[in-house]
Write a new protein. Sequence first.
Length: 231
Amino acid sequence: MVWWKVCFGKAVISFEPIVKKVINMARKDSFNYFDSFVKLVEYSCQAADLLNEIMNNFNPNKLHEKKEEIHKIEHSGDFERHAILRKLSREFITPIEREDIMALTDSIDDVTDTIEDVVMRMYMFNIQGIREDAIRMTDIIVRCCNALKQALEEFYNFRKSKTLHNLIIEVNVLEEEGDKLFTEATRHLYVNCKDPIEVIAWDQTLHYLERCCDACEEVANVIESIIMKNT
């Protein structure tokens, strides 16, 4: 490292001690963003697992209870997001660009929010029974979240990782699978369901299930964009 020195007549002023002090302060107060990304996506995984439990062990009388339970998960995720952004606002040195940290943080948080939205719709529309297509779509969401968690656990090593790219591809493939299932599920709903209220309720619910897959793909896209910018 080259240290700049400024000469004023016979006096020589070195910036080395100042720069070293700033660097040491930054290191002492360092914040591991990569660990925080993993913590944030763990809330998405918890929300996906709870949604999967709701779908596979459905009890309409417990929807209010489950709505409150998933909201607590979403609230915890919001708290972690705020912690990251508060630290970012005071951080002198960051491992990647500030806007990339914000984009990745928000995209992960959106996954948890969108999963909560599914349960909210089920509660608001008074869903009384579960469609097989919804169970299959939920399974895709769980797999997407698990793949994202693995990707974010590997993200700290994004310049050298041999598995991160494949995990991004896995999320993209799962999202495409979710899109196809959503199309067929929606058609099946309109062709076979004769109750207009049930059609409206499930049309919206299926739409939000598909949005969960889209939200997961967006996280993968942000990770991929960061990798491209930094390698």
